[in-house]
Design a protein around this ligand. Sequence first.
Ligand SMILES: C[S@@+](CC[C@H](N)C(=O)[O-])C[C@H]1O[C@@H](n2cnc3c(N)ncnc32)[C@H](O)[C@@H]1O
Length: 175
Amino acid sequence: MADSGSLRKPEENEEEDDIICLDPSFFVDRSYEMTTFTFGSHELRLLCLRAASTDYDLTGQLVWPGAVLMNNYLSEHPETVNECSIIELGSGIGITGILCSRFCKKVVLTDHNDEVLEIIKRNIELQSCPENAQAALTAEKLEWGNSDHISSIIEKHPGGFDVVLGADIYILKFF
Ligand SMILES: C[S@@+](CC[C@H](N)C(=O)[O-])C[C@H]1O[C@@H](n2cnc3c(N)ncnc32)[C@H](O)[C@@H]1O
């Protein structure tokens, strides 16, 4: 994650010793808990947090309600994505793409946050037991609209994807 901190000049009457500069990684909570999620007949065991900071956009360290709704729907209607190749945007801990990997032939989980990508990769590793391994499941960095990221993914997957998925990634901001 980029270090956005910068040194500032001390104010008058302020001792230099009073200024503490912290690296952004100081605020990253990595106390992930193994958690069991059930969607219809499918049980997923995944690492996640119960709460996350919106600073540095660490919203992807936990499961959002949109993903729960999407996963319940997909578990009831697996034919929607059956045998498809899927790319998921803003995957967070990967709960939706990982469920899809039970029905699909290929799933690429993506996120823009490096910390979130680490947890996605750990959750993908947890799926490596034979009864879970159905689709090719991988993770890629993708910042929406970043043409370098998009080109790199297309290079690895020249056939493209049948479905683009995203849960809880559409947020309206009013300023
Ligand atoms: C609200 S979380 C949803 C996570 C997951 N889909 C879920 O529903 O549990 C939004 C996710 O989108 C990712 N995200 C936000 N802005 C993004 C961007 N510009 N490009 C790529 N990913 C982004 C965040 O890192 C986070 O993982």
